[in-house]
Design a protein around this ligand. Structure first.
Ligand SMILES: Cc1cc2nc3c(=O)[nH]c(=O)nc-3n(C[C@H](O)[C@H](O)[C@H](O)COP(=O)(O)OP(=O)(O)OC[C@H]3O[C@@H](n4cnc5c(N)ncnc54)[C@H](O)[C@@H]3O)c2cc1C
Length: 393
């Protein structure tokens, strides 16, 4: 293999190209990215950047010298537009055709939008800088979607003194992700900080000037942020013969076809640890899957399944939320440490007979490590969770 192409110049793409070099690959590595700023970290966008605590330079994932040392054929500011799988060639928007022997797809996701013009989204550095310039004491921000992203932005905006309306179609924010009781606890923080929270209301239009609800009510706002989930960047793969279904579909090795791997937010793969197909939009997963994809591409004879325990964190107000495992579709949630009402707790999640994951709020990171180990070991629920623990959902 002498030509490896990685499409997507962010966390997953960077981890992939670094791994290729670390593993001794000395052929051509071409990295294509459609953004002109590349290799910056996204989690601080809705935290330190929006709060003006950091300037953009602090987001760089690597210093320039480290990138130079990788010896990349770097093609930034141009998108991949088509994949010819049989001909092993990727076509770019600028007309370039790039032949490859191995390909890693790391094109991430983009924000889902709603009808209307002039609302903000929050995915890129540019998005964050525009929104932060508009947020000030007394300005009115409407946030559509009380998921982790919308919740973080609402928290920062309140911290800056903006008036915030947070509109969420589900009756309990985050219930699908963390369960209704934990969702309620996380939601309480918005109420405690003076957010006008509207749950169970559908938004039909979001644009400059406000948000229109399904019942016709108009919520006026100076700025509107739409944070209602994302869409995998797979358009350029349509018609290629790869399977695309809410992400690039990959097997347990993260392979989508011979010599083609997926990594990061764009990849839907079979995680053998949990025995389910998942697509994860977490920063740590992007790096881990980028590494795994690169190793498996280089050494097909020694491929290893990509079987991580997913990890995410979120910062809202003074709360640090952290979770290990795969909480979606859980059957039961039990508080195993602390107290839900005190906002300092560890909750364990059961799926079937197994411990599926654990989520902590306001706890030091090491508290979760033993839970992570038990999830990785596929611990039986009855072994992991004392029968005296209190079931909350
Ligand atoms: C505001 C914000 C806050 C977040 N906070 C957290 C957090 O607290 N904790 C956490 O775990 N995760 C968080 N995340 C998620 C985390 O940032 C992502 O999981 C991670 O960035 C995914 O990396 P990736 O490389 O897979 O994709 P991306 O970072 O999306 O990168 C994909 C790159 O590919 C480019 N691209 C797309 N299509 C093409 C194409 N056709 N040709 C060329 N290039 C293309 C994109 O423009 C982009 O630069 C946050 C995300 C955002 C946006």
């Amino acid at each position: 293999m002498s030509r490896i192409l990685v499409v997507g110049a962010s966390a997953a793409g960077l981890a992939a190209v670094e791994t290729l070099r670390r593993e001794g690959y000395d052929g051509t590595v071409t990295l294509v990215g459609d953004e002109s700023h590349a290799f910056y970290d996204r989690p601080p966008l809705s935290k330190q950047i929006l709060a003006s605590q950091w300037e953009p330079g602090k987001l760089a994932l690597r210093p320039p010298a480290d990138l130079d040392a990788l010896g990349l054929d770097l093609r930034l500011g141009t998108a991949a537009t088509r994949l010819d799988l049989a001909g092993r060639t990727v076509h770019l928007a600028d007309g370039t055709e790039l032949p490859y022997d191995g390909l890693i797809v790391a094109t991430g996701v983009r924000p889902r939008r709603l009808p209307g013009e002039g609302a903000h989204v929050l995915r890129t550095l540019g998005d964050a800088l525009v929104l932060r310039d508009r947020l000030r004491r007394g300005s009115r921000l409407a946030v559509v979607g009380a998921g982790f992203l919308g919740s973080e932005a609402a928290a920062v905006a309140r911290g800056l003194g903006a008036e915030v309306v947070l509109v969420e179609p589900a009756p309990v924010p985050l219930a699908h992700a963390v369960g209704a009781e934990v969702g309620r606890v996380l939601t309480q923080a918005h109420l405690d900080h003076g957010v006008d929270l509207r749950t169970g209301v559908a938004v039909v239009e979001a644009g400059a000037g406000g948000v229109r609800l399904a019942d016709g009510e108009l919520i006026d706002a100076d700025e509107v942020l739409v944070a209602v989930g994302s869409v995998p960047n797979t358009d350029w793969l349509q018609g290629s013969g790869l399977t695309v279904a809410d992400g690039l579909v990959c097997d347990e090795f993260s392979a989508a076809a011979p010599g083609v791997y997926g990594a990061g937010d764009v990849a839907r793969w079979h995680n053998p640890l949990f025995g389910v197909e998942m697509r994860i939009e977490h920063r740590t997963n992007a790096a881990e899957q980028g590494m795994a994809a690169a190793r498996n591409l280089l050494r097909p004879e020694a491929r290893k399944p990509f079987a991580p325990v997913p990890y995410f964190w979120s910062d809202q107000y003074d709360m640090k939320i952290q979770a290990y495992g795969y909480l979606r579709g859980h059957d039961e949630v039990t508080v195993v440490d602390g107290d839900l009402t005190a906002g300092r707790f560890v909750a364990a999640y059961r799926t079937g007979d197994h411990l599926a994951g654990a989520l902590a709020v306001g706890m030091p990171p090491k508290v979760l490590m033993s839970w992570r180990r038990m999830v990785a070991a596929r611990a039986a629920w009855s072994d992991a969770v004392p029968s005296t623990a209190s079931v909350v959902a």
